[in-house]
Ligand binder design. Structure first.
Ligand SMILES: [Zn+2]
Length: 168
């Protein structure tokens, strides 16, 4: 998963790797099959094709797919709730969304902590005002900004996928 031959480059099969939200991608050597993790965060510029040197001394090109790491800035209003805790629920301003997660701002004082689970419900500003309801796990709390990753069954969310893709 996350790696397959899908394109060709200079007549050679080009490997493809997905860059995750944390900026890392797993790359597998086509020669020996060894997996290697690279980080794109240290790259001065976002590159779509990188040369990778494996410890077996094979050098190969890999295509980096950033779609999973792409965050779309948004200005949407929704409602959130944290599991069990009645106190932690209310209006949320959705600041950005990616395929893997969401960041929203809560208006009031809160006691939301990392590791808690909850759900958020909002409408996209697309032409159908598509309603999105997602379960999440809290990954980072900075003041009133709550960074979350989606808890998903991996079922493809077509409307949200299209919404995010239109920003690419
Ligand atoms: Zn190798």
């Amino acid at each position: 998963m996350g790696e397959k031959v899908s394109l060709s480059f200079d007549g050679m099969p080009l490997k493809k790797a997905f860059v995750r939200e944390d900026g890392r991608a797993i790359i597998v050597c086509p020669h020996c099959g060894k997996a290697k993790e690279i980080s794109v965060l240290s790259m001065a510029k976002r590159k779509s094709v990188v040369n990778v040197r494996c410890s077996c001394s094979t050098i190969f090109k890999t295509y980096l797919d950033y779609r999973q790491s792409y965050r779309k800035s948004t200005d949407l209003i929704g409602r959130y709730s944290i599991e069990v805790e009645l106190r932690n629920r209310g209006q949320a301003k959705v600041k950005n969304i990616s395929f893997g997660g969401i960041c929203f701002e809560v208006a009031t004082n809160h006691t939301i902590r990392e590791g808690q689970k909850g759900s958020i419900d909002f409408e996209l500003d697309d032409k159908n005002s598509t309603r999105v309801r997602k379960n999440f796990s809290v990954k980072a709390v900075t003041g009133n900004n709550i960074g979350c990753s989606f808890i998903q069954d991996r079922a493809y969310d077509k409307n949200l996928g299209f919404y995010l893709r239109t920003g690419l």
